[in-house]
Design a protein around this ligand. Structure first.
Ligand code: NI
Ligand code: MN
Length: 226
């Protein structure tokens, strides 16, 4: 049973029986992260895109843990140029890892890579779809607009992490449509309330979703087993 910990913003870790995953490592400057970055463990670090609020602690965490970084080709190439372990993928492509099959999905957002020395690298942002070896199916949408491509995920996702912050990503109403497209069992809203420009009422979002899915509004540090 994968165990997901929400760290605030779009950062989650997922521990399986034999692997520790971190998605979008944004800890030290994440106003909602409660713990210590030194306590974060990772065998694999997955990143949806190169914006600061998704990669700020990527290099430090990868250096300390020796984790394999799973990202689009451009970000992976930059990480390899820094001597880190990376597994390049790209949108639509999947790779089998010991913990499961990871496929990058389309996301519509900005492509800058905000890492020192990475100014020459841009990439397509991605969503992350994981079919865990133990059978559970997980989707982190990353930062994205609502996409009709999400209809392709219908019936393929048990737990979906969706941004609801508006301004830079989908807002709550579009996220409800995303739930209609994907039909996940559980929805975890993310990318809201971190700063004033993306304040949202997660409880109101949950009400709008209604009986389409179970909405788990997670406070930083909350854990979900799925
Ligand atoms: Ni972004
Ligand atoms: Mn973001």
């Amino acid at each position: 049973m994968p165990q997901l910990t929400f760290h605030g913003h779009a950062t989650v870790s997922i521990h399986t029986a034999d692997s520790k995953l971190v998605i979008d490592p944004f800890f030290s400057e994440n106003p909602h992260f409660l713990g210590s970055l030194d306590d974060i463990e990772a065998d694999y670090i997955l990143v949806t895109h190169g914006h600061y609020d998704h990669v700020a602690d990527l290099i430090g965490l990868a250096e300390r843990t020796g984790a394999t970084c799973i990202a689009t080709f451009e970000i992976a190439s930059f990480l390899e140029s820094q001597g880190l372990n990376a597994s390049p993928q790209h949108i639509g492509g999947g790779v089998h890892y010991p913990f499961g099959y990871v496929k990058l999905t389309a996301a519509l957002h900005g492509g800058m890579v905000n890492l020192p020395g990475a100014e020459a690298f841009t990439t397509l942002p991605a969503g992350i779809l994981i079919n865990f070896s133990s059978g559970e199916r997980f989707y982190h949408a990353g930062d994205t607009a609502l996409l009709t491509d999400m209809q392709l995920l219908k019936g393929k996702v048990d737990v979906a992490v969706l941004p609801i912050g508006d301004r830079f990503t989908m807002g709550p109403d579009d996220a409800v449509t995303a739930v209609e497209f994907i039909e996940p069992k559980v929805v975890i809203p993310c990318h809201y309330d971190t700063w004033p420009p993306i304040e949202q009422d997660a409880a109101a979002f949950a009400e709008k979703v209604g009986d389409r899915a179970k909405v788990r509004v997670m406070a930083p540090g909350d854990i979900l087993e799925f």
